[in-house]
Design a protein around this ligand. Structure first.
Ligand code: GDP
Length: 475
């Protein structure tokens, strides 16, 4: 058995090509950046760039990490005045010779410079190709490359912290550590296989089981962290549900502090679901206002109602709004029971009594004494909205990102971790049941392969294609 990491990564694209793409957002802007990477980057730039001062000299003779002012010309026609950055491989993001042209952000100029690069020997980069080259050239492992995409997509401080952490390699280190423990373990089993006829035992079985058990525990913790990592990245969905006219849209507006949802006195105006994102202390929440739960004959509203249940099952938290003027304690109790039986177990339902501005709070608390932990608010007057916000925040406090060592944010990683755990469970059972070493060795090898897939120590074309095709062009 080959115990050393197996590097099988082969690119389907041609890595000898020099690639070019717009690195900035496209459209009109003050500045745009066009990035070239590959063996011919300097040659391509040489043909179109003319320094403002001094004689034209080979770009390859420029010092690395220097900036040059000059112009881009098509034959003798001036296209733009630009800044040219020169980064020599391997000291660049991709590990290859890289040129970045900072030009004016006119769509015409951007397009023209791209065309000139293409005409002079570069080809348009495929999605994620710069980052993929960085990975293939050993500048980063696969989890770090994936974190680049997450970092670019991050729009809240929580999502940003997670991406940064992963980009700096903390998660990879943890996976590599587990993998090394398995490699050590497997080498002992291998040794026993080599001396099979002599019936020797190099590895204490009890000790081996303990190692596997510890690794399984770490994996379980990582798998569990995914739920949290995922919601931080995508935002925590919070469904706002309740009967028509309970005040759901008004509450959404109060939480958002603006008037985006439609509020109306006619029952059932919130026809479809309205989704709004809001970042509270670095954690992104996605508030989803739904149509009422009441049965209705209105066709459009029916869709809305069924959407309510769909959304509820995706959401870890439901704010169930009830109108304290028109709902008795018994009614509410029955509605909450019905709701509980319709949603996934474990979903947190928070009963929120609305319109307390219209009644005495003492009477309200009496009326709903049989309900567990309700919150009473006035959505219209914004009374106790802070209390509700704080409750939501306490469910997903930002502190967890710091406290928890590693947080898994990718479904791909979770999948590989679950497969690893399955293999290791078989190893564990095999050790208990005195299974022969060759079976144990095979399961160990599979477990190591799955872990290797996370960091990219083991990768296939399909896997890379799948990951990098989700990036956009220029990344
Ligand atoms: P939805 O159907 O659940 O989305 O309910 P809306 O937000 O459209 O509100 C229904 C009605 O209740 C509107 O007339 C609101 O002005 C009113 N309403 C909402 N919140 C409050 C509140 O806190 N106090 C009072 N008195 N009325 C409210």
């Amino acid at each position: 058995m080959n115990l050393s990491p197996i590097f099988t990564a082969v690119r389907t694209f041609n890595n000898d090509d020099t690639i070019v793409a717009l690195a900035t957002g496209g459209g009109i802007a003050a500045i745009a950046v066009i990035r070239l990477s590959g063996k011919e980057s300097f040659t391509v730039a040489q043909k179109i760039f003319f320094p403002a001062k001094g004689k034209k000299k080979p770009i390859a003779d420029y010092k690395t990490h220097t900036l040059h002012f000059g112009s881009i010309k098509e034959n003798d026609r001036l296209i733009d005045e630009v800044l040219l950055s020169v980064m020599k491989g391997p000291h660049s993001f991709t590990g290859e010779d890289t040129i970045e042209i900072s030009c004016h952000g006119s769509t015409y100029v951007q397009q023209k410079i791209l065309e000139l690069c293409l005409a002079n020997g570069a080809r348009l980069a495929d999605p994620g190709e710069f980052t993929m080259r960085a990975f293939l050239n050993g500048k980063m492992d696969l989890t770090q490359a994936e974190a680049v995409a997450d970092l670019i997509a991050s729009d809240s401080s929580g999502a940003h912290s997670l991406a940064m952490k992963q980009m700096r390699g903390g998660f990879s280190e943890e996976i590599k550590k587990l993998r090394n423990e398995l490699i050590h373990f497997a080498s002992l089993i291998e040794l026993e296989l080599d001396f099979a006829e002599e019936d020797v035992e190099f590895a204490n079985r009890g000790h081996l089981r303990e190692t596997i058990d510890n690794i399984l525990r770490v994996i379980e913790k990582l798998v569990r962290s995914f739920e949290f990592g995922n919601v931080i990245r995508k935002g925590i969905p919070v469904v706002i549900a309740g009967r028509p006219n309970a005040g759901k849209s008004t509450l959404l507006n109060a939480l958002l502090n603006e008037n985006r949802a439609i509020v109306s006195e006619t029952e059932g105006t919130t026809r479809d679901t309205i989704e709004e994102e809001i970042t509270l202390e670095g954690v992104k929440f996605r508030f989803i206002d739904t149509a009422g739960l009441r049965e209705t004959h209105d066709a459009i509203e029916k869709i809305g109602v069924s959407k309510t249940f769909e959304k509820m099952n995706e959401s870890p938290v439901i704010l169930y709004i009830f109108d304290v003027i028109g709902t008795t304690g018994n009614q509410l109790y029955a509605e909450l029971e019905k709701l509980k039986s319709n949603v996934t177990p474990g979903v947190r339902i928070i009963p929120v009594g609305n319109k307390i501005d219209a009644v005495s709070i003492y009477n309200v608390e009496q009326a709903y004494s049989m309900i567990k932990n309700p919150i009473f608010i006035s959505a219209r007057d914004k009374t106790n909205i802070d209390q509700l916000r704080n409750l939501l925040l306490s469910l997903y406090s930002h502190g967890k990102i710091e406290a928890n060592n590693s947080i898994v944010t990718s479904a791909r990683h979770v999948d590989a971790l679950k497969h690893t755990a399955e293999c290791l469970q078989r190893v564990y059972n095999g050790l208990l049941g005195n299974l022969t070493n060759d079976f144990i060795a095979a399961d160990l090898r599979h477990a190591m392969n799955y872990l290797g897939e996370i960091t990219g120590e083991i990768s296939t074309d399909d896997l890379l294609e799948n990951i990098f095709s989700k990036f956009c062009i220029g990344k």
